[in-house]
Write a protein that binds this ligand. Sequence first.
Ligand code: X8Z
Ligand code: ZN
Length: 578
Amino acid sequence: MATTGGTEVRVFLDEAERRLLALANESSQASWVYETYITPDSEAVSAKAYARVIEATVAAAKQSVRLTRPAPGSIEARKVHLLRNSLPLIAPADPAKADELTRIVAGMTGTYGKGRFAPTGSATALDLQALSRILAETREPTRLLEVWNGWHEVGRHVRSDFTRYVALANEGARELDFDDTGAMWRSKYDMTPSAFSAEVERLWQQVRPLYLSLHAYVRGKLVERYGSDVVPPKGPIPAHLLGNMWAQSWEHVYDLVAPAGRKAPFDLTATLVGQKVDSRGMVRYAERFFTSLGLPALPSSFWERSMFDKPVDREVVCHASAWDVDNVDDLRIKMCIEITAEDFRTIHHELGHNYYQRAYAGQPYLFRDGANDGFHEAIGDTIALSVTPEYLRQVGLLDVVPGPDADLGLLLAAALEKIAFLPFGLLIDQWRWKVFSGEVGPDRYNAAWWVLRQRYQGVAPSSPRDETYFDPGAKFHVPANTPYMRYFLAHVLQFQFHRALARTIGRSGPLHRASIFGSHAAGKAFGEMLAMGASRPWPEALEAATGEQHMDATALLEYFAPLARWLDEQNRDTPIGW
Ligand code: X8Z
Ligand code: ZN
């Protein structure tokens, strides 16, 4: 009988949520200790705690199938669906294999975190941050290549672990009736896995022409700077010349590609350093943006428990992340903050996660998540789009707001960050989907990686990278088992959110000059979506905030339209593509 079945499922879900919440909190505590103090013991403890979460989740997901099926569209049906899709990693039921798998993932994350390389002339081995600084600032190709090569050694150290991880993770995913781990990752978007693949391809086709324009323009400038024997005028751009270890953001080559006589409209890094803003001060700026929207200040525990600075006395995972350790209000960020414009933005990104977590903390446990993971990644970025010159003036970080003649510079700088990222955001999981499905085996891991990097990004290594290398392993999210398509989605969604919020509060004028700073109306519109968490399919959450039901790149294209026109003019005699 329907009512009996409904009650049975409800009682079961209540109990499962209670148990999973307790285990998830223990696991978060253990992971926090591990990632802020890497030792063999903290690794073992965090791996064990994670294995317990997986085991309980799988047990509950399997049991839920045996209960009376809840009515389609009901709260219970959604929870059962989310239960099966809640984790990015499922281990086999065999406890020895589950232990092995969670140890491997924790170990790969630690190996990445501990990565170091000593370039010629450096007395000590440098960490990723120091190496990234060299890539951003040096314009000497041989030096850039040495640093790029040096960091990519870290990938080699995780190759064999990664191979075993793929096998074990797939075994786990299959026990939950997914085809493989990649199919499991694609099942989280309220559509079939294949519909999701088509959806990201559709979005990519919307933005691809703009990426091609930017690529052609930047390549032309790099040819001028480095010569055509270093940069092929019609070929892919060498991966070490774009100012970033993965060529995922090109903002650090702004000075190389800016039109003659146009330096950056302002230098936020210099202002922050000049005003002696420290890491906490940086976080305060970001918090102040959120409170200006009518959202509450962060709890005092946030300021006591977060890690803002890289400790000098121990190994940590520096890659920035946001946490809600008790799934209620134990919000924290973990970062090795540097006083730069880049980290200023990243802090807004991380607080976006924290404010989302806090907004949905009133939901039942299984709904305490983003509408989809692209939403989670887009919240703070949306706020950071409102970090306009006028906003910076309002908070005392800029003296004079540059006039409309600075627009091209502002848009070019933004494009080097946001448009350059798009193909990178797309390809990491294109690669992992093929790896998990078996289409790409260990004998082709690296070759397949570079095929995709060339196809989507138009970027290539400066010398062949055979299978003794494992270059995907030199990007955090691969050893850390963090899905990546979320960032591609976020780069589309953040412009949709930004446009909708700006319009809601009547900001006219160009989107790149619009800021929602200080608007309680924008905070309310955004906050209503955040509070929904994962309780409804994501199109409903999107509609709540934007009135739109589809992910759509027209807002991004509108934002960059003046730049797109300008790039087309610049590229009249420039080869496009590779
Ligand atoms: O990993 C991150 C965040 C943490 S959720 C810092 N991002 C991606 C990356 O660094 O590769 C943000 C943008 C893309
Ligand atoms: Zn994030």
